[in-house]
Design a protein around this ligand. Sequence first.
Ligand SMILES: [Fe+2]
Ligand SMILES: [Fe+2]
Length: 299
Amino acid sequence: MNVAVKHTHTSQYQRADIHVRKDLDFKINQVQTRYWYENSAIKTRIFDAICFTFPEGERYFISSVRAFRNQITNPELKARVADFIKQEAQHGIAHDKMNQHIEKQGMPVAAMRLQLNKMLNTMLENRSAKYNLAFTAASEHLTAMMADAFYTHKSTLAHIEPNFRALLAWHAIEEMEHRDVAFDVMSDVAQISYFPRAFAMVAVLTKVGILDVRLINQLIKADGYTLIQRIQLYREGISFTFGKHGVFTPMIKPTLSWFKPNFHPNKHPVIAQYPVWVKTLERTNDPIAAGEAFWAAGK
Ligand SMILES: [Fe+2]
Ligand SMILES: [Fe+2]
């Protein structure tokens, strides 16, 4: 398998080829630890809330891009869209298993899913196909920058369950591989201009931010924490996420590059240790080993 990162358009643009990988097993059901992120309730539930949104969110991304599929004439982009759809479908399957895992812990997954679906279906039914495509492209940029932020430095995910670290690593790798697909459909096929594109990111940050805070609160409540305890946990959560050394702090600046008029996802370099994951999976056929090698190769 060729794992070289290619330069496209000009030397400023980098792209890793999309590879569809199916049925990778991260043995999530074998994880015994309730709070898999540093044994911390708030840190774990912040990650659980974000991961919870993936299956439904990714099915929404697929629908949004699929709406333009018949208008794509470039065979290369058509093929990348097909692979993007297959990758996102696999992510949904894997993250559904993670959601079953937290449901068994007593988390209100069914009620949370109703809220999320209501938000996504309202957008699909009441907004234009272009709005949903731009929303998807902006979300894809956010996910790719999140993937970079989690794995650039080893310290970020140093003390978490290896099974989850490997699941997130595989997802991160594939988000990096297909980061330009929805964007290219948005720009080249739907020809969405700068202002609706910029507005889409504002909508994503607002809607996803509000939703995640609500979901985290529901999870922590279901864990049995009182209001006073929750307030203390949220203070801890704010410094964990967006504090000086917060896990999401490094992604703020690259996410905002979306607003540059000449932005393209491939202007961001592909993460340095990308080939480590691909080669380790090829050699071992073990996605957990690949995830661990990828994480360990961080700065
Ligand atoms: Fe995904
Ligand atoms: Fe994606």
